[in-house]
Write a protein that binds this ligand. Structure first.
Ligand SMILES: [Cu+2]
Length: 241
């Protein structure tokens, strides 16, 4: 009875963690891109599965410890031992293999969705990281935003459009990271890394270089500002954002 109650308590705790964990994001920043939503979905599956498996494992441990604890009158003989139990061994090998296989498949699917780039993006921005700032050049226009130690560069982007970000570096490895995009990609000299983002909400979010790139790495901060496509066009044409 007691063991059952404990299992119920653990189950309740697991549900509480799911409900309270970061208001539906389970600890992640709220994704603001379509691509980031895939990452959140994968994270949800991992966390919920981990909680369920944890509850089962701890529940069984507690059940066994309580149910089969030594009682008065038990003799001191150890319980019967057996060297093999083939059915049990097959089950406890197969179940983890299935779980890992499913998670691997879901991870590959999420990664493919995240890394997919459109052949016809609406906007293309070359994002150059250099020691120690960022430069955003809007392809097909002469708009260039360059950060300085005293002014944080702002990358203005339209919502609801496919934006291609070409991530380049000519000195050392940097890494483009906007936590609310729920993805991170390196800028590696000699490598053309490209990601697509389709921003769903208007707003402004911080980004940083997340690869230690030298003395003033900590100054490599920037900001992404998402505005409506018409505001974006007027900003591109020289208006303020
Ligand atoms: Cu850097």
């Amino acid at each position: 009875m007691m063991a059952r109650r404990r299992v119920a308590t653990l189950g309740g705790l697991a549900v509480a963690i799911v409900v309270l964990g970061g208001c539906g994001n389970l600890g992640l920043p709220t994704p603001v891109t379509q691509q980031g939503r895939n990452t959140r979905q994968l994270w949800h599956i991992f966390v919920v599965l981990a909680i369920i498996i944890g509850a089962i494992v701890y529940g069984l441990i507690i059940f066994v410890v309580v149910r089969y604890r030594r009682r008065r009158g038990d003799n001191a003989e150890p319980p019967g031992q057996r060297q093999y139990n083939v059915p049990v061994e097959i089950v406890y090998t197969a179940i983890p293999l299935v779980i890992v296989g499913v998670l691997l498949g879901l991870s590959i699917r999420a990664e493919n969705r995240l890394t997919k780039v459109s052949a016809k993006p609406d906007v293309t921005v070359e994002v150059e990281g250099f020691q120690w700032q960022w430069q955003f050049s809007y392809e097909g226009t002469n708009k260039v935003v360059t950060g300085t130690p005293s002014s944080v560069p702002v990358m203005v982007l339209p919502t609801g459009q496919t934006v291609e970000l070409k991530l380049v570096s000519n000195d050392v490895v940097h890494s483009f990271w906007v936590p609310h995009f729920l993805e991170k990609r390196d800028l590696t000299p000699g490598v053309n890394n490209t990601i697509d983002v389709r921003i769903t909400d208007e707003g402004q979010w911080d980004g940083v270089c997340s690869e230690f790139c030298g003395l003033n790495h900590g100054q490599m901060v920037f900001s992404v500002k998402a505005v409506s496509p018409s505001d974006f066009q007027s900003w591109l044409n020289g208006g303020s954002s």
